[in-house]
Design a protein around this ligand. Sequence first.
Ligand SMILES: NC(=O)c1ccc[n+]([C@@H]2O[C@H](COP(=O)([O-])OP(=O)(O)OC[C@H]3O[C@@H](n4cnc5c(N)ncnc54)[C@H](O)[C@@H]3O)[C@@H](O)[C@H]2O)c1
Length: 269
Amino acid sequence: MGNGIAHVFARAGFPVLLYDIQQSFLDRGLAAIEKNLAREVAKSKLTPAESVVALSRIIPTLDREALAPATLLVEAATEQFPIKSELFRALDKILPEEAILASNTSSISITKLAAQTQRPDKVIGMHFFNPVPVMALVEVIRGLQTSQDTYDRVHALALQLGKTPVEVNDAPGFVSNRVLMPMINEAVFSVMEGVATPAAIDQVFQLGMAHPMGPLALADFIGLDVCLDILRVLHEGLGDPKYRPCPLLVRMVDAGWLGRKSGRGFYRY
Ligand SMILES: NC(=O)c1ccc[n+]([C@@H]2O[C@H](COP(=O)([O-])OP(=O)(O)OC[C@H]3O[C@@H](n4cnc5c(N)ncnc54)[C@H](O)[C@@H]3O)[C@@H](O)[C@H]2O)c1
């Protein structure tokens, strides 16, 4: 997701600092950006020259301190609270006082992330959708202490990126994943209980509900580990057993079958 977010900011003319913890992850991210920019050139959405300029706006770094001049952070690290909270505490000290700290989290409480910082009024959710350069939606999530000024700035920024911001309040899974993940989980239960094959389940949704992708193909696309992390946040945060992650999903993640990114999930890639 981080590479997609860097892509749309660079394409909209913003200078971007792309931070990760390992050079190989930065290299993979930059390669994805190059490939996706080339795709946009092939579709005549960008000229080759614009694509070169967009790419040149992205500066990769392994050094947190290099983020010091940033006026906006969009955090897109692994969907685990200890990782994100550590980042928010550290970056709160590094970024300028007036900078906005946004998170692309799919489910973690913005209010809790905000409480890790000395600027809870400037912390907000900026939830993009995969693939970021293609999908129009940004869920803009207000934490309990998010100020109106922060909300207005992020709303305007989303429009500048060519996206459509939708306002949502902070609650586990926000709107998108509160509704989507139980559907995916139920599809996994249907596989586990032998109700139908993954292909059959996906066909039901594609042909019967006009979904462009069935729930299991979508789960593979999102990443089964990401889906499991989100379901755990829903289960814990809402305290309702209906969000219990399907044991088959847990087993697949334990096996390293994470979907497209690992070459195997409900389908093989
Ligand atoms: N996958 C999706 O479709 C999707 C959609 C919307 C939002 N999100 C959210 O975006 C975030 C990232 O998801 P993803 O699918 O790209 O996950 P991913 O596991 O593919 O990538 C996470 C990246 O974060 C990096 N990272 C880990 N710890 C870090 C740290 N301490 N500092 C900096 N970088 C660190 C990892 O090296 C990796 O490159 C999550 O919060 C997820 O919920 C994902």
